[in-house]
Design a binder for this molecule. Sequence first.
Ligand SMILES: Nc1ncnc2c1ncn2[C@@H]1O[C@H](COP(=O)(O)OP(=O)(O)OP(=O)(O)O)[C@@H](O)[C@H]1O
Length: 865
Amino acid sequence: MSSRSAALTRKQHPRTTEPVADNRAMHAALGLAFLGGALFYLLALISHEPADLPAWTHLAISDTAPATTHNLIGQLGAVLAGYTFWMFGAANYVIPVCLTWFGVCKFASPAAITLRSWIGFALMVISASAIFYLQAFWQWDDKNVTPYGAGGGLGYVVGGMLMLDIFGEVGSLLLLGTTYLVGMIFATGMHPIQVIIQGKDMMVQSAVNWWEGRAERRRLAEERATLPFTVPPPDAGKPSRKKKSPLPEVSDEINANTQLELPSVQNLPKIIDASAPKPPKPKPQLAEVWKKRQEQKEERIAFAKPTSLTARYKDYTVPPMDLLHYPDAASRMPTDEAPLRDMQEIIIETLATFDIQVTAGDITKGPAITRYEVYPSKGLRVNRIANLEPDIARATKAERINILAPIPGRDTVGIELPNRDKIVVPIRELLEDDTFQNGKAKLPLALGKDVYGKAVIADLATMPHLLVAGTTGSGKSVCINSIITSLLCRFAPDELRFIMIDPKVVEMQGYKDLPHLALPVVTDPKQSILALRWVVNEMEKRYQIFAKVGVRNFDGFNGRGPGKSFGKVTSRVGGGATMEEALQASAPSAPRSAPSPKKSLRDPHPDSIEDKDGLDALDEEDGYYVPKGSLWDGNSEPPPHKEPELEIPDSLPYIVVIVDELADLMQTAPADIESAIARIAQKARAAGIHLILATQTPRAEVVTGIIKANVPCRIAFQVNSALDSRVILDRKGADKLVGKGDMLYLPPGTSQLMRAQGTMVTDDELQNLVDHACNQGTPSFEAVLADPDEMGDEGESEAITPEDEAILEKVLEVLRSEKKASTSHIQRRLRLGYTRAARMMDILEQRGIIGPADGAKPREILVEL
Ligand SMILES: Nc1ncnc2c1ncn2[C@@H]1O[C@H](COP(=O)(O)OP(=O)(O)OP(=O)(O)O)[C@@H](O)[C@H]1O
């Protein structure tokens, strides 16, 4: 440690460092004192001869002082051994064994020796004396050592006078044997079998280490012998190696490496500094990746219609990496290891004061938190450590701590404490990461760095929808910006389009000129319903296109090769204009030229394909499709039917819908928003449409059961309570986060949470990226956003009250647990009247969660609950 950093450490930890160092020294001193005392005692016992006892002791066998003392510890040893043998008999040997145990415990780890340990020690000595007195196998006849037999005076009193008459010989031995084992557990804190197994393991391990070390030494000697120069053995005498050998450094290196490979060295706890940023890449590689992708696109561009987006953006380039900043590496102080070790010591000591013995494991310093690992002693229940969270927080003076008991996939318990100085994770570092550039992810998102410094790069295509939640100021907007940045650095406007819904108005205004936008940034909650309906419509239309072309999904469609299945295909379903048609036809944010009246003159047929959400839909009657709003009365000859044309585009772009503040939408028309989100979430993945929902209000009425069931991937930032954390993640944990980008990520297809520090992208960087994109094109909006006033009260037509929502949650719970959706069943289980139960079923049907009624059969459950 440099003197500067040492000084800094002392300054930063004025209270903790010195007492901890003192304590460590105290423990080591006490441990040594115990070990020394044990040896002292043992030597006195094994060299004891009654003749050594001085004449003034009442045990002396002669009135004259002995000429020489044979005891290795002199007269003191003779007196000590004489009186203790007189008192404890052969059980006297238990004492140095116990002292050795205490010494090793204190010396190797700062474990506490509690009153219970001392009581255990006493029980062992007392019961051993009595056992020695009572057993018939070995008699100690040397009356000069002890006149009371093998158990000494104590054994005679406990075994002979107190127990023999009452319990008999067998009963007493049984009782004393049990007492001895209980004492052993008290003294060591371990199961007796564990003491034996651990002792055996230690011996076996030492033997293995010795054997492996020997083999290694032999191998080295052989290697040395085969080297083209002679390296003298270390004991070869005075002449220095350097003088004799032409290449001495080589052999030094071999020795150093060999030492590192020894198993004992490998097992030492390590300090890993994962917070350090990776050095910047010498050249902007993302541009190279982009060039390769452009080459692959060339064929498609050649076949593209001149009016298409592909042709329009054929020369588009992604932003170069130097538009993003790297932090100044020189300003970063090197990590000082001493405070980290001291903190780990404080944790171990705190646990020891609660009689929880652990040993030190690795320390990993991440960008925002440091994880201290400890190995629990065998037989220790790890949730005892987790229960001590407030005590560890007090001892470490940490604002928020998190305990992983155990760390998933490891045999250690992790205690995570926030770092004093947070290291920002610049987004550029992740964008230059190999996983981002060359990984398999189709829609890679640079989310952050985990505690081990590994890049957390997710694939939105596999998620396929994401919920981001956290309290205000926790880092959601920065996260959403990082997601947008990741996609902007990868996709041209013809490959990916955004729909941004920003009821907070200020968050996404910076993107309003982005050529990737499919719709203007939506700020009016009522308009956001229209935007979501447009997405539903687009999704349905894509399915029609897939059916016509004969592919199953988005990847199949875009991967079918250029020049195939182009041209117009007539369709019986009108899904509104394709985006490319709209591109030519519509002015930015132009209202729909002829908004559909709410009802056609004819009542819809009950089995009609009318879209209940009021999408562009057609009524079916006798095989004819009649546009909604047509003046045909249904009695005369139907007007000549003009089948709408379904344009088959060259390729389809991904659509990423970002909702920044779901709560505002849910306040406007919860039923509509919920059902639109559920419909998109259920089917949109195969259509290349993905949802990202953000909220700072993680309450059950915002993040409803239906939304949660359909959005499996979650990112939680800091929240205020464990309850909020449960709403987002179905478990606590987010309440322990430290804010400013500290997050828990639930990746797709797993239940394992990953803690990470989110990537940082500054406003300047965003501005640079947007400017770069805007210089290459202007947005072309779809004509879908009508005047909100024209929507009337459609959204509230169902008039679902919060009370209904609460009942719906319960109904969903029943469906989830019993997998049976029938009105009578719900009536029985929730004690509802028929009308109400039937209404709940209707609402669920409307939201696409259950299928239509089919006689007396239970309804089909359409979503994975
Ligand atoms: N990944 C990060 N790394 C470093 N600092 C961050 C990070 N994320 C957020 N911060 C800090 O936290 C502040 C608040 O972040 P942000 O604006 O994203 O919060 P928010 O959750 O969106 O809040 P609100 O809901 O009020 O908009 C930022 O200004 C920034 O200083």
